[in-house]
Design a protein around this ligand. Sequence first.
Ligand code: FEO
Length: 397
Amino acid sequence: MSKISEKIRYVGVNDLKKSIFEGMWPLPFGVSYNSYLVISDKIALIDTAEADFAAQYMENIRQEIGDRKVDYLIVNHMEPDHSSLMQMIREAYPEVRIVGNAKTVPMIKGYYGITDNIHIVKDGDCISLGDVSLTFYMTPMVHWPETMMTYCHEEKTLFAGDAFGSFGAVSGGITDSDASLYGCTDAASDTFDAFRDEMCRYYSNIVGKYGQTVQAALKKLSGLEISRICSTHGPVWEKNIQEVVSCYDRLSRYEGEKGVCIVYASMYGNTAKAAKSLAAELEKRGVPHVLHNLCTENVSYAYRDAFKYDALVVGAPTYNNDIFPPAYNFMYGISARLMKNRRFAAFGSFTWAGASVKLMNEMASTLGFDLLSEGLSFPQAYTPEKCDMSALADKLA
Ligand code: FEO
């Protein structure tokens, strides 16, 4: 599993213990923390892994290089899931030179108290390892300010940090020719099919706000000849590079495919009935749609499908003269991700005064969404007469 090529080895780990990533996002298939060795006369280690996996990680490195030493630790990204074994690497290889950009330096000091033996690189700088070299490209805000990518010209390999990464641990191999999504039982699905949803969920949950800077990075890297993408999470992409890059391009342009993401939260089931009524009307018209109940599932999945589809319909009752909090949280998250280019509608119940629909419309207008209706606000119990979804379904179709 560890040999990607003669020069490049995988030394990452799978995390099947953690159930929630960043304290927020569910991990039904686990997650991998990917790290790579580039081996020539000198050896570079690209990013590290999560602190809980120190022993296994060191064992992985030693299995590949034995008693040889790591000469360079390349820091593409400082988030602790990739940097927290930096100090351990320094202890194991005291002469290792840490390679990062200027924005990395204060983070290294702040997180790990390390201030010496750091080599600062700028955009386009190169380090030779012998018969292979590493060139550094600054890709700020994909998705932290210090993020950069490392390109090995001789191997046509891009070490991309979190970009093109995915939730889901990798089993059976590491490249998309031989890897599968941990726990995925669908033998018919190839690696890209199996990981697609988890990759889109990772993008929407974690990188989603930074569409503009992802687009800048894609443009900057577009001149490179890339036949392998080594991300910090998920499979190494070789076979499906076109699909993966075009998926990232579409997501970062906020371009949804045809379909409707219905997201709702309901206190006593009336807004839920309205949501299901809309789903039934869309079904009759053959419109692709998904339904997410924010009271029973993590908002992670609703974000994924809000990025996936070009129409977003949100249902929430009025609560304290405001938007019912689970739906407010979703709308806030959509706003924080600077979502664009969506057709939008809101609906929801109230008892004595309606406010949620108007407020959700205001949030959607601020994002420049195309409002398909004034919204469907109805008092007390849901009935089809009070909240007829057929006209909205026609517009969505
Ligand atoms: Fe996987 Fe942004 O860290």
